[in-house]
Design a protein around this ligand. Structure first.
Ligand SMILES: C[S@@+](CC[C@H](N)C(=O)[O-])C[C@H]1O[C@@H](n2cnc3c(N)ncnc32)[C@H](O)[C@@H]1O
Length: 350
C-alpha cells in the first residue's frame, strides 16, 4: 500500500519502476562517458557528425561510439537525421558541454558516477561499523566536483535571490560586509564580488583542501583586496558584530550535528544589529508521510548519498530550533526553489 497515493502498486508496476531506475543508472554512465570522452563538446562545436566522423575526430573506437550515439539518441540527449548525422538536443549544450554555463550538470553527474560509487563500494562495511569518510580533506577533485555540482545554485543566489532581498541588497551595494560560512573552493565569493562590486567579502571554511583552491581562485581573479579567505571555526576566526549578511549555501547539513547550534550562534554574533542570516540548504522529511512528497525527494537523495560523508540533513523543526536558539526572534522566511533547496532568511534584532 502506498499511503501517500492511496493505491497498491501491482507487481508489474514495481518491476517497471525498477527497470526504469536501472535505465537511469545507465543514463548517468552514458552522460559521464560523453563528458569524459569529449563527445558532447565535439557535437556542440561541430553539430551534424556521423558516428564515424565523431570517432575519428576524438580517436575513439567507432563501433563503441555508434552504440553511444544510438543510446544517447534514444534518451533524447541527441537529435539526428539521415543526411547530417547527430547533433545535441536543445539545451544539452549548456547542461553537458559548457562548464561555464549556470545550468551545467557535469559536476553533479560526476559526484554520482565517480565519488558516490566509491562510497557505495564501502557501504556494506560502513553499515556495520558506521564508518564515515568526511568531506574535509577527501581530495581537491572531490571539492571541485562539489563546487561544480552546486554552481548553478550559487549563481542563482548571487544574481537573483540576494539582489531581490530588499534592504539587504541596498546595504551590500553601498559597501556592506558579507561573510560566507563554508565557502569551499571560493566559487561563490567570485559570484558575489561580481554581483555586489562595492561589498567587502570574507569566506571561512574548515577544509584546507577547498581553501587552497579558494585562495588561488581569488588571486587569479585579482580580488585579493576585496576578499579575505579564512580557515577555522567561524566563532573563533571572525570578529563579532561585523557583517551585514552571513550566508551559508549547502553547508548546514554538512556541519556536524553536535556543532550546529554553536556555528549558527556564531553566525548570529557575527552580524551587525539588523543584519541578515541567509541559509540555503535542504529539508529532510519530519514524517514518513512527507517522505513520499515531491518537495523532499532531493533531500532524501542527499541523505543517502552523503551518509558516509557523515552528513545528516536537518528537518524543518531542527532548522527552526537552531535559528531560535541563536536568538532570531522575528519572522523566519522560508521558501523552496530549484530541485528541492530551502531558502531561510532571518534578521538579527536592530
Ligand atoms: C557542500 S560544500 C558547499 C561549499 C560552497 N558553499 C558551495 O556552495 O559550493 C560544504 C562546505 O561546508 C564546509 N563546512 C562544513 N562544516 C563547516 C563548519 N563547521 N564551518 C565552516 N565550514 C564548514 C565544508 O568544509 C565544505 O566546504
Amino acid at each position: 500500500m502506498n499511503p501517500a497515493a492511496g493505491v497498491t502498486l501491482s507487481a508489474d508496476e514495481q518491476v517497471a519502476r525498477i527497470f526504469a531506475w536501472r535505465r537511469g543508472f545507465n543514463a548517468m554512465h552514458l552522460i559521464d562517458l560523453g563528458i569524459r570522452l569529449g563527445l558532447f563538446k565535439a557535437l556542440a562545436e561541430h553539430p551534424g557528425q556521423t558516428e564515424a566522423e565523431l570517432a575519428a575526430a576524438l580517436g575513439l573506437h567507432a563501433p563503441y561510439v555508434q552504440v553511444w550515439c544510438t543510446t544517447a539518441y534514444s534518451l533524447e540527449l541527441l537529435e539526428a537525421d539521415e543526411r547530417d548525422g547527430f547533433r545535441l538536443a536543445p539545451h544539452v549544450d549548456g547542461m553537458l558541454a559548457n562548464e561555464a554555463h549556470p545550468r551545467y550538470l557535469g559536476g553533479y553527474v560526476r559526484l554520482g558516477t565517480e565519488f558516490a560509487t566509491d562510497d557505495y563500494r564501502r557501504a556494506a562495511v560502513a553499515f556495520h561499523t558506521g564508518a564515515v569518510t568526511p568531506y574535509q580533506g577527501r581530495s581537491r577533485e572531490f571539492a571541485q566536483a562539489v563546487t561544480q555540482a552546486i554552481a548553478g545554485v550559487n549563481v542563482m543566489v548571487a544574481r537573483k535571490i540576494l539582489p531581490g532581498l530588499s534592504g539587504l541588497a541596498e546595504r551590500l551595494r553601498a559597501g556592506g560586509r558579507l561573510l560566507e560560512v563554508g565557502c569551499g573552493t571560493g566559487f561563490m565569493q567570485l559570484q558575489l564580488a561580481r554581483a555586489f562590486p562595492q561589498a567587502r567579502l570574507t569566506g571561512v571554511d574548515i577544509d584546507p583542501t577547498g581553501l587552497d583552491a579558494a585562495r588561488a581562485a581569488v588571486r587569479a581573479a585579482g580580488l585579493d583586496e576585496r576578499i579575505d579567505i579564512l580557515e577555522g571555526d567561524v566563532g573563533r576566526v571572525v570578529p563579532a558584530a561585523s557583517f551585514d549578511l552571513v550566508l551559508m549555501v549547502e553547508v548546514l547539513h554538512e556541519i556536524d550535528p553536535a556543532l550546529r547550534a554553536d556555528v549558527v550562534a556564531a553566525c548570529a554574533r557575527a552580524l551587525v544589529p539588523g543584519g541578515w542570516l541567509v541559509i540555503v540548504d535542504e529539508t529532510y522529511p519530519s514524517t514518513l508521510d512527507q517522505a513520499r512528497q515531491a518537495p523532499y525527494r532531493f533531500a532524501l537523495q542527499t541523505g543517502l548519498e552523503e551518509l558516509m560523508w557523515g552528513n545528516v540533513v536537518p528537518t524543518r523543526e531542527e532548522q527552526e530550533r537552531l535559528l531560535r536558539g541563536a536568538g532570531f526572534d522575528g519572522p523566519i522566511e522560508r521558501s523552496l526553489f530549484g530541485e528541492g533547496f530551502t531558502l531561510l532568511v532571518a534578521q538579527r534584532a536592530a
